[in-house]
Ligand binder design. Sequence first.
Ligand SMILES: Cc1cc2nc3c(=O)[nH]c(=O)nc-3n(C[C@H](O)[C@H](O)[C@H](O)COP(=O)(O)OP(=O)(O)OC[C@H]3O[C@@H](n4cnc5c(N)ncnc54)[C@H](O)[C@@H]3O)c2cc1C
Length: 507
Amino acid sequence: MTNSQHSTDVILIGAGVMSSTLGVLLKELAPDWNMTVFEKLSNAGEESSNEWNNAGTGHAALCELNYTSEKPDGSMDISKAIKINEQFQVSMQFWSYLVSQKLIESPQEFIKALPHMSMVQGQANVDFLKKRFKALSDNPLFKGMEFSEDPEKLMEWIPLMMKDRPVEDRIAATKIDTGTDVNFGALTHKMFDHLEGLGVDMHYNHSVTDLKRTSAGLWEVKVRNLESGTTETHTAKFVFIGGGGGSLHLLQKSGIPEGKHIGGFPVSGIFMACNNPDVVEQHHAKVYGKAKNGAPPMSVPHLDTRFIENQKMLLFGPFAGFSPKFLKHGSVMDLFTSVKADNLVTMLAAGAKNMSLTKYLIQQVMLSKEQRMNDLRDFIPNAKSEDWDLVIAGQRVQVIKDTEAGGKGTLQFGTEVISAEDGSIAALLGASPGASTAVHVMLDVINRCFPERMQEWDAKIKEMVPSYGQFLMNNQELLDHVHATTAEVLELQDPNQTSGKHLLKQA
Ligand SMILES: Cc1cc2nc3c(=O)[nH]c(=O)nc-3n(C[C@H](O)[C@H](O)[C@H](O)COP(=O)(O)OP(=O)(O)OC[C@H]3O[C@@H](n4cnc5c(N)ncnc54)[C@H](O)[C@@H]3O)c2cc1C
C-alpha cells in the first residue's frame, strides 16, 4: 500500500447532481480555484441522480398534492407549493444559463415539457382538489392550471386512465402544461463533462474513507483507490460532502459539532415499468395521486411518461420499501454503523415514534406483484400484469433530528445543509424535493460557506439566475421573462401543439 499527498482548493465528494451543480457554480464564480472530485463508483450519476433511480419529476408543486394542505379553518395552505415552485424556477434559470453560454448542449437530452396532473377519486378528495386548484390558480406561478370533473374532458386528457373506469366513481383532475420530465442522470453527466473540460480532476473508483481538520485549518481527506488498493491523502481549503446516502457517515467522520445528534433512516423506492409500447403511447403526462393513509410523502403514487435512453417510457410508483442500505450500492451495515453515542437517543426516540411508518414499509416490502398491480389499477383500470416489470430505484435517507416542534428523534422529509461554523465544510443530507431544487440548495451552501465573497459574486449569480434574491411571484414582468426565456432556451415544446408521438420522434 502506498501513500501520496496532494493539495487543492475544493474537494467534492460524490459525483451526483448536487456535487456537479456546486462544481459548475463555483467554477463560474471562482474560475481559478482548483477542484478535485472523488466518486466511489466507476461513473458519475449512478446513485439517486441516475434516471432509473428517481422519478424525474421537475418538482414545481404543479401536481404533487403533499405540498398543499388544508388549514383547520378549511382554507388551503399553499406556502410550501410556492416555495418549491420558486426554487424550481432557480434551477430552470441556471440550466438555461448553461445552455445559452454553451457550457452544456442539447437540452432535449435532459429536460422535456410534459403536462403535470393531479388525479383524485371520491367526494372528499375531489373537494380538496377543487379548493387547491382555486388557491393555486389565483397565483401567477401556477398560471394556466385547469380543473375538470367532466369525464369527457378527462378522457381527452388521460385516455388510458379513463378507459374501462366504472362510471359511479367521482373523479377529478387538474392539468398544467408547463410541467417537465428531467433526466437528472444526463444532466449530471453533462455538467461533469463540462467540469472535466475545465481541468477539474475527476477520480472515479475512489472512495473517501476519512476526513479530519489539520492544525492549519485545512481538511485532510483520506481516499482509497478501489482499483489499485492504495490510500491517498488530499488536503483542501473547502470540502463538500455530496455523497447522497453516504453523506451522513462522512459528516460523522468530520467530527464537526453541527453534525452531532443527527441520524438517518433509509427508505427504498420501487417502480413498475411498462414493457408494452402500445400502452406507453396512450399516456402523455405525469399524473400524481393522493398518498394512502399512513404512507410517507415520498410514496405518493404517480403514473409518469418518462424519456429515458432516448425512448418514451411509462413508469408507476414509487412503492416504498425498507433496506438498511444508505446507498443502492451501499452496505447492509449502513443503518447500524450510523448509530453513534451522540445520536443514539435521537435514533431510539425516532424508532419509538415511527412504529407505524416501519410497519407500513415492511408491508410495502411484502407486497406481491399482483397487489402492486391492484394499486396500479386505481390509475389504469385494465392494466395487465404481463405488461409491467419491477424496477429497483434509489435509496432516500431521511434525516432524523431533534427539533423544537417535534421533539427528540423527529423524522424530516426535506433536504438539510449542514455546514461548519467557519464555512470550510458542508454536507447535504435528505432527499426531497431533491434534484429539482439542486441549484437553490447549492447556492445556499455557497452563501453559508463563502459569506465574505457574496458581494463580489452577486452580479455573476444574478447573471446565472436573474431572479436571485427575489420572489418571482411578486414580480410579474420578471416571471413572464423567466418563463419565456427558459422555455425557449431549454427547447420546451408547447404540449398543446406537440403530440406525444412528435416528442417520441425527437427523443
Ligand atoms: C425513488 C426516488 C425518487 C426520486 N424522485 C425525484 C424526482 O422525481 N425529482 C427530484 O427532483 N428528485 C427526486 N429524487 C431525489 C433525487 O434523486 C436526489 O435528491 C438527488 O439525486 C441527490 O443527488 P446527490 O448528488 O446528493 O446524491 P447521489 O446522486 O446519490 O450521488 C451521491 C454520490 O456520492 C457517491 N459517494 C457516496 N459515498 C462516497 C464516498 N465515501 N466516497 C466517494 N463517493 C461517495 C455515491 O456513489 C454517489 O455517486 C428521488 C429519489 C429517489 C430515491
